[in-house]
Design a protein around this ligand. Sequence first.
Ligand SMILES: Cc1cc2nc3c(=O)[nH]c(=O)nc-3n(C[C@H](O)[C@H](O)[C@H](O)COP(=O)(O)O)c2cc1C
Length: 193
Amino acid sequence: MNFNSKSVIEKHAYDLLKDGIKNRDSLFHTLVFSNFDGKNISNKVMVLRDFNAAKRTLRFHSDYRSDKAKLIQANNKASVIGYDPNKKIQLRLTGIAKINYKNKKTKEAWNDSQAISKKCYSVLDGSSHKISNPKKYDFHMKEISVEEGYENFCTIEFNFMTLEFLYLQRTGHRRCKFSWNAKGKKESFWLVP
Ligand SMILES: Cc1cc2nc3c(=O)[nH]c(=O)nc-3n(C[C@H](O)[C@H](O)[C@H](O)COP(=O)(O)O)c2cc1C
């Protein structure tokens, strides 16, 4: 593919993210989300649940009791990265993250989720706790009511302010960055790869 045009690149990046929502084989289906606690950077793989190009938002699902949910509420700066070695494309995004908990957005996301995903939120005590016996935290579908997991469910809404696209090719790489100001005005520029 020819990536000599910034508009082609922007559209292609959005197509990859859109495809990543439902396509489990896409390497953009599981992205690395990173945030910062003021001292350390914390990275985690998360499943991409939704992408809205017009709003520049990505949606992830998580446990409200998790470290990441607490971290985001303390410091909303975050970044997301994905790379597909077959396509030789890396996407890097930076922006701010917001937790949705027990509101209209979480209700919609919960209602769209399958039971297999919902069951994770019924796990005892919530994620990131120190435990002595991991077996105690196994899923026992017959013993839980998956709908009760909603109590622990949250969505992470990541609004990106920059998107950087890197394409590796033998004859010369292509690296292009898009950035949006607070009013949504976009700038784009090529970078030395
Ligand atoms: C393939 C894969 C997909 C994952 N998807 C999610 C996800 O969608 N949401 C989530 O909270 N954690 C997900 N995890 C687990 C996180 O990477 C992380 O280990 C966990 O959420 C605890 O992070 P924390 O202690 O920083 O909160 C996934 C892990 C893997 C390997």
